[in-house]
Design a binder for this molecule. Structure first.
Ligand code: BES
Ligand code: MN
Ligand code: ZN
Length: 507
């Protein structure tokens, strides 16, 4: 989808469709204003008649379609409900843009014009509202049909024009649209990586994609093969990958890191990249096992965010790290009872080979230390326990640093990607004590999301660190206003927001 901005009056736009909006009103006699009033006038009061009928009152995400007659230049008018003005915020702006765009795409409309939602009576900053419009529109129209032979001729909404009356608003509007498009493109990239089946999205595939993105955007990319991992002593990652015929890859993407120069300490993002998780020797039950192709959504989020960070040109240095492997069964697989030596030197007893995510993250978090990070954020589809605790609606957040938590929570509030903090009291560490090694890789059923984080904490030292367990939020079976079912791309917008704020010292 290409989104452009032009100055003009929307009621004069000659297009397949135009989108205007309306705040919820309990009374039908409310006065129309701005672009909506102008369109109503040009339509001879048609919008007014809709409201008078009582069929539509501007409820959030509800809409009415009109087919003007006579000399009105556009073929369709979509009146979008914004909900109550008092409840309006950035997330509503994103949702209504998404609902409108998807409706038009489903109708087969390929080009449309729209007003900017929320920057008038909604009270949003123009640039921020424009970013939300771009995100909502592009994310809602996302489709993944690569593996369907019949579907690739479905029409898409290719062109969206934002029409703005006020000249002074054009510059911030364009900035917001550009940035929102870059972020949405990063989210869609992450969704693609998530949605590809495991026989496409192997560790090598992720590495190849990362390299291609780096070449295009100017990121620096380093890929470690298994020999290089062995040299570094990444015994935990190699242990997980031992049972797989697909070689593991360790992917590093750098933005704004200048070798040899003392620059600002970078932010480091780490994403779990298990491209298929069978459980290994502690094999999962077969029902729903195919869902475990999504076990690399953390990796996808990091790669998507790094692309956006590079395209936007964020001033803060950022590094993305992805340990990528399969978790399979084989004569060479790691077994329960085995002990692995991590890159840090600490040893881990394998209690359950299905607790593999924390193992590969242990080595990735150790590797991250070489950047002397200002903060580390890792994202991982780490535990079923987190899904039990928080459901699909929030990612679990665990951390060793209140300041970094506040920053992540502030970013999450802006992007409407809910996070909820769980405690990390020392008692949980007791649960992963091992009789033979420095720790074991499970802590029993109770508090499973936290005991997993307690293992990760062993590998971050005193670096400020936030762990996001996205097991419940990374994919969805239910389509939402700008999130079609499948891979959500959760975390991309949050990471980019965090990096942008860090750069501008806004937090
Ligand atoms: N990838 C899974 C976690 C998961 C489960 C994500 C369900 C999404 C939905 C992870 O590798 C895993 O298998 N975790 C185990 C840990 C247990 C063996 C301690 C789990 O949660 O059951
Ligand atoms: Mn597992
Ligand atoms: Zn897993």
């Amino acid at each position: 989808m290409k989104i452009t901005v032009r100055q003009g009056e929307i009621q004069k736009a000659r297009d397949e469709a135009l989108v205007v909006n309306f705040f919820f009103s309990g009374s039908a006699s409310v006065k129309l204003s701005g672009a909506t009033a102008a369109v109503d006038k040009a339509l001879g009061g048609a919008l007014r008649r809709v409201l008078n009928s009582g069929d539509f009152r501007g409820e959030k995400n509800r809409l009415v379609l009109l087919y003007p007659e006579g000399h009105f230049p556009a073929k369709r008018v979509l009146l979008m409900g914004l909900g109550k003005q008092a409840d309006f915020d950035l997330e509503v702006a994103r949702q209504v843009a998404g609902t409108a765009a998807r409706k038009l795409q489903n109708l087969g409309v390929t080009s449309a014009s729209t007003v900017l939602h929320g920057a008038g009576a909604g009270g949003l900053d123009v640039e921020v509202a424009a970013q939300a419009l771009a995100e909502g529109s592009m994310l809602s129209c996302y489709r993944f049909d690569e593996y369907r032979s019949g579907d690739n001729n479905k029409s898409t909404l290719q062109q969206l024009t934002v029409i703005e009356h006020d000249k002074r608003r054009l510059a911030p509007l364009r900035r917001g649209i550009r940035c929102g498009s870059q972020i949405a493109t990063g989210v869609c990239l992450a969704r693609d990586l998530c949605n590809h089946p495991g026989n496409t999205a192997t560790p090598s595939y992720l590495a190849t994609r990362a390299r291609g993105i780096a070449r295009r955007t100017g990121l620096r990319c380093r890929i470690l093969d298994e020999a290089a991992m062995r040299k570094l002593g990444m015994g935990a990652l190699l242990g997980v990958s031992a049972g797989s015929a697909e070689p593991a890859r360790f992917i590093v993407l750098e933005h704004g890191i200048v070798a040899g120069k003392t620059r600002r300490r970078p932010l480091v993002f780490v994403g779990k990249g298990v491209t298929f998780d069978s459980g290994g020797i502690s094999i999962k039950s077969s029902g729903g096992m195919g869902d475990m192709k999504f076990d690399m959504c953390g990796a996808a989020a990091v790669i998507g965010a790094m692309q956006a960070v590079a395209e936007i040109g964020v001033s803060q240095p950022v590094v993305g790290i992805v340990p990528a492997t399969e978790n399979l069964l084989d004569g060479k697989s790691v077994k329960p009872g085995d002990v692995l030596k991590t890159m840090s030197g600490k040893t881990i007893e394998i209690d359950n080979t299905d607790a593999e995510g924390r193992l590969i993250l242990a080595d990735a978090l150790t590797y991250a230390q070489r950047y002397k990070p200002a903060g580390i954020v890792d994202l991982a589809t780490l535990t079923g326990a987190c899904v039990v605790a928080l459901g699909e609606h929030a990612s679990g957040l665990m951390s060793n640093d209140d300041d970094l938590v506040a920053k992540v929570e502030a970013a999450a509030a802006v992007t409407a990607e809910k996070v909820w903090r769980l405690p990390m009291w020392p008692e949980y560490r007791e649960q992963i004590k091992s009789p033979v090694a420095d720790m074991k890789n499970t802590g029993g059923r109770n508090g499973g999301a936290i005991t997993a984080a307690a293992l990760l904490a062993e590998f971050v030292g005193s670096t400020p660190w936030v762990h996001l367990d996205i097991a419940g939020t990374a994919w969805t079976s239910k389509t939402r206003p700008y999130i079609p079912r499948g891979g959500v791309g959760v975390g991309v917008r949050l990471l980019v927001e965090l990096a942008r704020r860090w750069g501008s010292r806004k937090t």
